[in-house]
Ligand binder design. Structure first.
Ligand SMILES: Cc1ncc(COP(=O)(O)O)c(C=O)c1O
Length: 411
């Protein structure tokens, strides 16, 4: 069959044939290498966005391309009526490298979380009965877009119009232990948190808060779930961020960078907790397929090395220094924060709601950056981005900020 592409597609095609739940920019990227991306017109961009904290090893990483092509020539899919070697090897690695004893594979962050939320409910049901079903989560948190994950998530806008949503879920202000103490009870089956809130504005957990959340879970026989979909796989400088908090969860979810862009997610759990997802209680057709798992195995092999992980803090320092230098010139940020290569720069009050303007101006200059809410500029680049790419990207960001400042002065 002739597979030559004959149809011309443009950004306008999106508005004709796609469900309008996204509003993509005018740029249509066609190629990426490392931390550079090129669009249809040949314009080149520096990528500080990383596909929203996904391409931790950059675009077209040669080892990942080789692993993927080799696996593609061997075996794509069998479904979970049979297991496969890449899934078993990846699960062994994840359990060896983390607190977890057991792994469930999914295809996305939301699905990994869905499995986690079902597990904690089922665990409490098995051990304490149906009364113990309440999940406590945090305001501004983000856990995905399925009905259960938007319900556990702490952002009302994602639930609006989709009610009735699942019940038995309470929300607390992040880093507010006193409020948490008023919400937790014998009915609590789990507390769910991101060790650093991503979509909520790049807000790291206070160490003392994290420790006390663990203590409350122990006191009330509740499981502690860490959503590391965004913070995991080396992004904060350790394989998972919990290692830096000195707190060990019972359940952890990971996705995004795990496949460097190939869809894969996983829920990791202790032996004791995992038992409650007994045979027949949960499943997925694609979850744990050999394609995804062979790529994720290679990602973990490459990321979990001193070379990559220690490089994260060096690059963090370069970013922070660059953002501070921009701020000294234009006075646009009231806070620059984050862990490792999950960075946020919050705009000053007079630019409130304008982080998106900087993102647009940056794209004009040839730079991809993200927002985390209306006031925070977010960066989640490749963990192995070169110093040259960082310098070039920051120079482009400098120009973008200058444009936004000038436009807002003129307005
Ligand atoms: C912390 C967190 N959890 C879950 C998700 C959902 O992941 P996915 O979009 O792969 O379903 C995200 C996505 O941004 C996230 O940041």
């Amino acid at each position: 069959m002739d597979r030559k592409v004959t149809q011309q597609v443009t950004r306008a095609t999106f508005d004709e044939v796609m469900v309008p739940n996204y509003a993509p920019s005018a740029i249509i990227p066609v190629r990426g290498k490392g931390s550079r991306v090129w669009d249809k017109e040949g314009k080149e961009y520096v990528d500080f966005a990383g596909g929203i904290a996904v391409t931790a090893l950059g675009h077209s990483h040669p080892t990942l391309v080789d692993v993927m092509c080799e696996q593609a020539g061997q075996l794509w899919h069998l479904a979970n009526v049979m297991t496969n070697e890449p899934a078993l090897r990846l699960a062994k690695k994840l359990t060896e490298k983390t607190f977890a004893d057991r792994v469930f594979f999914a295809n996305s962050g939301a699905e990994a979380n869905e499995a986690a939320f079902k597990l904690v409910r089922r665990y409490a049901f098995d051990h304490y009965g149906p009364e113990k079903h309440e999940i406590i989560s945090f305001n501004k948190s983000f856990h995905g877009r399925t009905l259960f994950t938007v319900s556990v998530g702490g952002q009302a806008k994602y639930k609006e119009g989709f009610e009735p949503t699942p019940g038995g879920i309470k929300h607390c202000d992040y880093n507010d232990i006193e409020q948490l103490k008023t919400l937790v009870s014998d009915k609590t089956c789990a507390i769910v948190m991101e060790p650093i809130q991503g979509e909520g504005g790049i807000i790291p957990a206070d160490l003392e808060f994290a420790k006390q959340v663990r203590e409350l879970c122990d006191q009330y026989n509740a499981l502690l779930v860490y959503d590391e979909v965004q913070s995991g796989v080396g992004r904060t400088g350790t394989l998972y961020a919990y290692e830096q908090l000195g707190v060990t969860p019972d359940v952890l979810t990971t996705a995004k960078a795990l496949g460097n862009g190939f869809p894969v997610g996983a829920m990791l759990a202790t032996e004791q907790a995992a038992k409650s997802l007994a045979f027949g209680t949960h499943g997925s057709t694609y979850g744990g397929n050999p394609m995804a798992c062979s790529i994720a195995e290679a990602v973990i092999d490459i990321v979990d090395t001193p070379e990559v992980l220690s490089g994260v803090s060096m690059r963090h320092d370069l970013f922070v220094a660059g953002l501070k230098a921009i701020n000294e010139k234009y006075h646009v940020f009231k806070d620059i924060r984050g862990m490792g290569l999950l960075l946020g720069a919050e705009v000053i009050d007079s630019l409130a709601g304008k982080a998106g303007e900087i993102v647009k101006a940056a794209a004009e200059e040839g730079l991809f950056v993200l927002v985390a809410g209306p006031n925070v500029l977010r960066m989640a680049p490749s963990l192995i981005i070169t110093e040259q790419d960082i310098a070039d990207g920051l120079a482009r960001l400098d120009k973008a900020v200058a444009t936004v400042v000038a436009n807002n002065q003129a307005a």
